[in-house]
Design a protein around this ligand. Structure first.
Ligand SMILES: NC(=O)c1ccc[n+]([C@@H]2O[C@H](COP(=O)([O-])OP(=O)(O)OC[C@H]3O[C@@H](n4cnc5c(N)ncnc54)[C@H](OP(=O)(O)O)[C@@H]3O)[C@@H](O)[C@H]2O)c1
Length: 328
């Protein structure tokens, strides 16, 4: 089968389209014919072997994972003998980061628990855009942020995967006043999917403004925690899904202290992959969410697509299609 193979850490030309052996599922796995996959922060970090913890997880000097790609949508071809949830022919999607990656390939094996059935009305391209970003958004807004109808929400780093799904999930929960912060080229797209107010971070620092929020969802965590606290209402919650590592540690260690001296909360999302995919299916089928797709690009274009993602030029999710179309 064809796959994008990574043999060493480095710039995007370390990724090569190669012919490799088709995988065989273990007893708890299914073999999936991949129709679409999306580019993820994992792929950008794995390719370059940075930040350093990636090397601790994936190989100190060279990557143990040879085929990147963690968000996939496709059709089950073979099921392992312990598999009970799926059968050959099922259309599925999910985040396979805990099944060893491998999504940028014609076939991949994944544990059955990493997958959900794809609704018929959702294309494979749409499905591949959902698993990771939607889980971060819903677990950030709902589980950590305890979002309530009528609240004022701000999303920092709003034009990527988490922000573009996050605004739609928030609206489905009755939150109308949503502000999105990102660069100028993304603001029109952001307004078109429901952000009521948009702020260009190259022109304005939203934490210096007078406007305060009940909930802040942050995908970048590029400021001191005290700056975020400045624009949080007295009972407000700040939730980060990721970003700058020293700032994340600051939020982790100072969050409990802030809580002791105020009514404000600081939370960090510890992603539970695929937990809420069935809920996403319900929202999708009710017409409440529709992923923003950048692409789709071809399998051979994965190196350029990962580079483009890493440079932050994308809007929504960068999706790869393996069969040149967007069929269901
Ligand atoms: N919690 C967990 O367990 C977990 C697991 C995996 C990943 N993550 C994290 O989750 C996040 C994924 O978010 P995502 O998929 O939405 O990322 P994304 O698609 O890369 O979107 C981030 C957006 O932020 C914008 N941006 C860049 N610099 C900014 C700034 N200074 N201020 C405001 N916006 C800025 C980028 O656009 P421009 O570059 O054009 O500005 C981009 O549109 C990452 O931080 C990742 O590390 C968390």
């Amino acid at each position: 089968m064809k796959a994008i193979v990574l043999t060493k850490y480095g710039p995007s030309d370390v990724l090569q389209l190669k012919e490799v052996e088709k995988p065989t599922p273990s007893d708890d796995e299914v073999l999936i014919k991949v129709h679409a996959a999306s580019v993820n922060d994992w792929d950008w970090c794995l390719m370059r072997g940075t930040p350093f913890y990636i090397r601790l997880l994936c190989g100190l000097l060279k990557p143990k994972i040879q085929i990147p790609g963690v968000e996939i949508a496709g059709r089950v071809e073979v099921v392992g003998r312990n598999v009970t949830k799926f059968q050959p022919g099922d259309a599925v999607y999910g985040d396979i980061s805990e099944s060893g990656f491998g999504g940028f390939a014609e076939y991949v094996c994944a544990h059955e628990n990493a997958l959900a059935l794809k609704p018929n009305s959702m294309t494979f391209v749409e499905a591949a855009a959902i698993p990771h970003a939607a889980m971060l958004a819903v677990q950030g807004l709902h589980d950590e942020g305890q979002i309530q109808p009528g609240q004022k929400l701000a999303i920092n780093g709003a034009g990527g995967g988490v922000g573009t799904l996050g605004v739609q999930i928030a609206k489905s929960m009755g939150v109308v006043e949503v502000t999105g912060v990102d660069s100028s080229g993304k603001l029109d797209m952001m307004r078109s999917i429901g952000f009521v107010q948009t702020i260009d971070y190259t022109q304005e620092d939203f934490t210096e403004n007078e406007q305060c929020y009940d909930l802040i969802l942050d995908t970048k965590t590029n400021r001191s925690i005290f700056k975020y606290m400045r624009v949080l209402n007295p009972h407000g919650t700040y939730v980060t899904v990721g970003g700058d590592t020293p700032r994340l540690f600051q939020a982790l260690f100072l969050g409990p202290i802030i809580r002791m001296f105020s009514k404000k909360s600081v939370c960090i999302v510890n992603l539970k992959p695929n937990k809420d995919l069935n809920y996403m299916n319900e929202l999708f089928e009710a017409g409440k969410i529709k992923p923003v797709i950048d692409g789709p690009y071809k399998l051979s274009e994965v190196p350029e697509a990962i580079q483009y993602f890493g440079e932050g030029k994308h809007k929504g999710k960068v999706v790869i299609t393996l069969d040149g179309n967007n069929k269901t």
